[in-house]
Design a protein around this ligand. Structure first.
Ligand SMILES: Cc1cc2nc3c(=O)[nH]c(=O)nc-3n(C[C@H](O)[C@H](O)[C@H](O)COP(=O)(O)OP(=O)(O)OC[C@H]3O[C@@H](n4cnc5c(N)ncnc54)[C@H](O)[C@@H]3O)c2cc1C
Length: 418
């Protein structure tokens, strides 16, 4: 062991709800755990939700308790801004090379925010999918864990500016900080690397990137969130005005051999949930739901049935052909075939939400590609790889949590050599 080496029973890669769950469950059985997360904060996509189904509670209701378990358990070592670059297996141990990217802000930071006031540079706010800006020194979100500032060096002028360093009373900022490299040795590795939204820019017929009032479902979560770019007030992006009509376009790039061949299984429910966000703020708004099939697995059917009661929520069966701009107004037109009547239909609305699917990031991992299936998900049941969460297939949070807990049993068996 060198000073740059860490040894633990288990390494968990990815600090979303799957990785956090696996880490705390493992630590509570007595294992030592190292959790690595590439973002400056943990919580993954759940941290970016407004609410989550079926109970429609805020993300804090699931995350907070798990983060408390993680924070108070000395057996878990957490690294943020950390990426595994290589994993080798020798003599029954996994040896992972990890790059720790610089935060430029150390633990002396008290989050007073004086640095933000003097910072002259701005960056697109990744947490809000670029819908607003932060300063180059920023805290990803007011609820982020760890609650630490970070600098986006791509937007910072470095020591030629130095304003944040000069104003910081606590000597918490080092603009010359370099990335570090560590090695983690572990008896087992759990991959919980999750998903990214399918890139809506690839859906050229649906107007994303062309018309500001075409959003994606993940952007809609941020738009409705009290800590989002409009503090939870859902406004039309182009005019910042209130909304009278919205269309949800389901299967935007899903179940489509030119994009994602599979169903992400939660997009219908996510859009139904978001229809509720709209209804809460706009009792009179017309909401259109363009779908191929509505998929609400198992007990979630009840959620679908409850939302369906809404008389101003109109369901249209048929794939959307295109989204265009209306020539005589500032509205958007959805063109689709109604597959129940065979008629072509046009719907005029003010805002369009594309229900894009979940795409696994596993193909970028430093692992044998034979563990990655044709859609990019991890084959968790193959010998030699333990994975959980959306890295294995699209699913909702409740199933993710169950799978994460199950993956710990698999890890214990591996560590014990069973
Ligand atoms: C629009 C939308 C709404 C949804 N709403 C709901 C809902 O209301 N209820 C519900 O139950 N489900 C919902 N879901 C599904 C839910 O988002 C997923 O079930 C959940 O995010 C899965 O968690 P995860 O930890 O597997 O993945 P993620 O949340 O993606 O977390 C993975 C983590 O791994 C990190 N990571 C990735 N690669 C690396 C690496 N190489 N090294 C280190 N770290 C890495 C990522 O930065 C991330 O923090 C929704 C999905 C969508 C698309």
């Amino acid at each position: 062991m060198t000073e740059n080496s860490i040894s633990s029973d288990l390494l968990v890669v990815g600090g979303g709800i799957a990785g956090i769950t696996a880490a705390v469950e493992a630590a509570e059985t007595g294992l030592t755990v190292t959790l690595v997360e590439k973002n400056p904060y943990i919580g993954g996509k759940v941290a970016q939700f407004n609410q989550y189904f079926p109970k429609l509670c805020p993300p804090s209701c699931g995350l907070e308790i798990n983060i408390r378990r993680l924070r108070t358990n000395p057996s878990v070592k957490l690294f943020t801004l950390a990426e595994v670059t290589k994993v080798e297996k020798a003599a029954g141990k996994h040896k992972a090379d990890v790059r720790l990217n610089a935060r430029y802000v150390n633990d002396l930071c008290t989050s007073c925010g004086d640095c933000v006031k003097v910072c002259p540079e701005e960056r697109a706010n990744a947490f809000n999918y670029g819908m607003d800006k932060t300063k180059a020194i920023y805290i990803p979100d007011e609820n982020s864990y760890p609650p630490k500032y970070v600098i986006d060096m791509g937007s910072c002028n470095g020591t030629s500016c130095n304003k944040c360093v000069e104003v910081c009373k606590y000597k918490a900022i080092d603009l010359n900080e370099k990335e570090k490299y560590i090695t983690i040795e572990a008896g087992a590795v759990i991959w919980a690397t999750g998903w990214e939204p399918y890139d809506a820019n690839k859906l050229d017929i649906l107007g994303f990137g062309e018309f500001p009032d075409v959003l994606t479902n993940v952007m809609m979560e941020r738009l409705a969130a009290p800590n989002g770019p409009s503090k939870g007030e859902i406004l039309r992006p182009s005019t910042k005005e209130k909304i009278n009509s919205v269309a949800f376009v389901q299967c935007a790039g899903s179940r489509d051999e030119d994009h994602l061949e599979y169903c992400s299984s939660i997009c219908c429910l996510a859009s139904l949930k978001q229809a509720k966000y709209i209804r809460e703020q706009y009792p009179e708004a017309e909401i259109h739901f363009h779908y191929i099939d509505i998929r609400s697995n198992g007990l979630l059917e009840e959620f679908y049935n409850s939302v369906k009661e809404d008389e101003k929520l109109h369901f249209h069966r048929g794939k959307v052909a295109k989204v265009i701009k209306d020539k005589s107004s500032d509205k958007l037109i959805i063109e689709a075939e109604d597959s129940l009547t065979g008629n072509l239909m046009q719907n005029k609305v003010e805002m369009v939400v594309l229900a894009t699917g979940m795409e696994s990031t596993a193909k970028n991992l430093p692992i044998d590609k034979s563990f990655v299936d044709k859609n990019g998900f991890l084959n968790s049941h193959d010998n030699g790889i333990i994975a959980c969460g959306v890295s294995t297939k699209p699913k909702e949070v409740a199933s993710v949590v169950q799978e994460a807990t199950g993956s710990v049993l698999k890890a214990i068996q591996t560590i014990r050599g069973n």
